[in-house]
Structure formats: C-alpha cells, structure tokens
Design a protein. Sequence first.
Length: 524
Amino acid sequence: MTKSEFLQRRLFLKKTVLAGAGVAASALAIGQMRGHDAMMAHGENHRSQRSQGCMMGSAGLLAVKALPAGGILNSLWRLPNLSQEAGFFRATLVAKPMQLELVPGVKTEVWAYQERVPGPLIELMEGETMEIEFENQLPQPTTVHWHGMSVPADQDGGPMDLVMPGEKRIYRFTASPGSAGTYWFHPHPHHMTAEQVFRGLAGAVIVRAKDDPLGALPEQHLVFSDLKLDRDGQVMENSMMDWMNGREGQFALVNGQREPIIKVNEPQRWRLWNMNSARYLRLSLAGIPFTVVGTDGGLLAKPQEMTEILLTPGERMEIVIDPAILARYGESFELVSEAYDRGKMMGALVTPRTVLANVHVGSGVTQAYAMPAQLRPIERLGEEVHTRRIELQEVMDMQRMHASVGSSGKPQGMDFMMNGLLFDPERVDEQMNRGEVEVWEFYNNTDMDHPMHIHGTQFQVLDRQMSGEGRIEEPFVAWKDTVNVRPQEVVRLKMVQETAGDWMYHCHILEHEDLGMMATLRVV
Ligand code: C2O
Ligand code: CU
Ligand code: CU
C-alpha cells in the first residue's frame, strides 16, 4: 500500500464510521468486532449512546455507580525501608495476581505490586541507593521500569531484560544528586505492557532533596488511573477499539478511589501522576488559579500560575493549592478532567468531562501562601551538535485487522510506527554520543495525539509548530521525559544522554507502544 492509499483508508475509517454510513467494507470489519465495541461503532447505537452521554457504550460494562464514591482520599501506602544503613533503601517488591473487593460483595482479580492498586509509594532521598528485590509471581514475563529516573541502562527494566514467571531479580541504582522529582514504576515487557498496567501494576516514586524550597508544605499525592470492568466486576480484555485508540476504562480513579474528597485546610503541594493507559487529563478546579511548581523531572525555575493543565499518559506535575485563594470562590469544588479530543478513530467519542475528585476548602486560612519567586536554577541546554527527525505514522489495514478478530492477544493490521518501522528488539534505530546536545523533532503524521516518552534522561521542550503555522516557543523552561505531540504537529526538544546503553523511546499510550510505536536509542 502506498502512503496516500493508507492515508485515504485512514480517513475512510474515521469518516465513514462517524457518519454512520453503511459502506460495505467498513460494515464488514465492524460487524466482526467483539462485544460492545461492535455495537458502539454502529451508527445507530453510537448516536443513542452519545445522547446518554456515555462514552464507552453501556453493553457489557459495569455501571459507574457500582463503585462506591465519596470517601476521603487515601494516602499512598509507603514501601517500608528494610535497611538500617544510612544512604540505603532496601525493600522487596512482589507482583502477583490477587483479589480485591472494589465493588461491595464482588471479588475482582487484579495484578498488584505488594497487594496494592495503585502500587506502593517508594520514597528516596537524593544520593540514596535503592536496592529492590523484585519477584515475579505473574503468569507472564515482566520487568520493572523506573519511568523518568536516570539509572544505569541494565537497571531500567526495558523489554530486553525480562524477569520470567517465578523468577527474582534485584534492581539497584542511586538517586542522583539534583534528581529530586516525581517519578513512577511500571512493567515494560514488549506486547504485554498495556495488559499488565491495566490489571493494576504501577506505583509512584518520589525523590526528595534536602534543600527543597517547598519542603515545608504538606503534600497530597494523586495517582490517576482508570479501570475497565465488565458486568461481573472483572477487568476486561482490550477490545479492537481499545487497541486502536488506547484503553479508557469507565472508572476514572484517584489513588484507586472514585470521586474521593480532598481536604485543603492549609496550602498544599500536590503531586499528580497520569498512570492511565491512554486517558488524557485536562485538569481544572472550576477554573480557579493554582500554581504549577514542577514537571516530570522536578521543580520549575519559577512558579507558573495556571487555571488548567494537560497531563497526558506518563506525565507528572506538581502544583500548589492555596485555600486562601480557593475560599474566595466557595467551599467546595470539583476537580475535573475537561473534555479533550485526541483524535480517537472509528466512531469512538471525545472523552467527556469527568469529575475526578471533590475538593473541600477549610475556612481557617485567609493569608495567601508566600510562594518563593525562584524555585531552582535550570540552565538551558547549549548548542546542539545534531538534529534528528522522528516521524510518527500509522497504517490501518482492514484485511489484516479483519483476519485477526477473534484470535487472542494483540490484533493485526494496526501498525503504529516511527520512521516507517515497527519496534524490533534486534534493531538499533538511532545512535548518539554520550554528553552531546541533540535536538529531536517529533513530527506526528497521524490523526491522533501521541504522548512521546524517552528513557535515560530528562529533556527540555523548545517549541511546537502546527503544519502551516509558525513555531511557538515553549513558555518556560522545564525538565520533561514525556511530551504530547498533536496531529500534524512538530515538537522540538533538546536533550543530552549521559549514560551509555540502549534506551527506549515510545508513545506512552500503552496499546500503541505494544503495537510497535517504540524504538531503541543506543548511547555510546
Ligand atoms: Cu513509562 Cu518506557 O515508559
Ligand atoms: Cu520510561
Ligand atoms: Cu500513541
């Protein structure tokens, strides 16, 4: 198929289904799809579900109300340090299937780290050495990847370093000085990452500095994840639509809870993690201003006031919430994710506005928090020695897709690629020299947003350019490891890799990663 052929086909997929037209070829493919997605893709059902405001279609799914809501937000359970020795963090971490009672009276099988969903919080000090003995009690090979942290390549838990079922291994690295920030860990085996994460495997990491300008603020930790349960309260397999668009469960959770209550009785530092497979979060607190103080790789140089933030899968942010400001607007507010159109295909709707939590404001604080004007120095990276362009592409092949329906596992005929290639663990896609500044340009030549993530380092986004428009410079300098790239957009970033080894870069919509939108960077 030539490129224009596949683009036409792509357009065809998007348009015909949205219009509900009974074109023979699309009806054939859609008619073969499983379960509620087939229903959803069909024009009539599609329209009636839209009128009910239901994004996922209701057939086969547990009602959202089945999950209790309104409890006080639980804090994350902290993994205890078993080491007596200063400068060391030692612990064991087990991944295994288990049953949880999420819906009253119903046992749901999940896969969990340390019997918790979300997994435990690992807290390290800068300079501290972490040594975790990991045990895989899952029925599949897995890895533990330390998203955003600079660790030696052989401790990064990439897809080549599998821990087989029943096996153990030790992950060992030192949280480098200057690395204080908000990170996370999750499985990274090729083809199986999406499933392992949607069954419950993911946990938070915080690296702390001794001299943190916001160190005195109490913290709230908000891990956003979602869950897709069938009528029997069991975690559903990915449908064709989930594979294509990335999975969004009907339950949008915070620390595993539906619409919890967050009490703000004093200025608080919130750390936010988007651990969803594919759900974008356009976060807002009734439009009230808050202050962004950190991104993926830790504090900003200067605080930034905002009323809304986009947190795409894999990304983290730190914000400061001030009750003295909130109280001017009222006593309680919804923390919501506003509707966001990320270009989902085949009749999938725009993810609607979703309430994530309720914020209750204490009335005792009238004095606004004295935010420091500077948080830490961030040097802009110097002149680049090399520029590379990575083009994101997709090919939808209806015949192959059709043929693979009903077979178990990953479907065929949905290829998400970079520079014309699907991920191949045997291939090195790019090679760069240690310590050299490079500019990477991600050009998204597809119709869907893709949050692109690079292992091994933190980078600085330079600018963004939509096709036919001018370059828009990033408003402030920040350390990031994941950046969203919209359709027909070029995002330019600067990075230095300091550690030799093979590193992954990929789309953090986990289904796209598993379907091949991943590649290997060799640093020498
Ligand atoms: Cu969070 Cu390569 O991943
Ligand atoms: Cu990562
Ligand atoms: Cu993607």
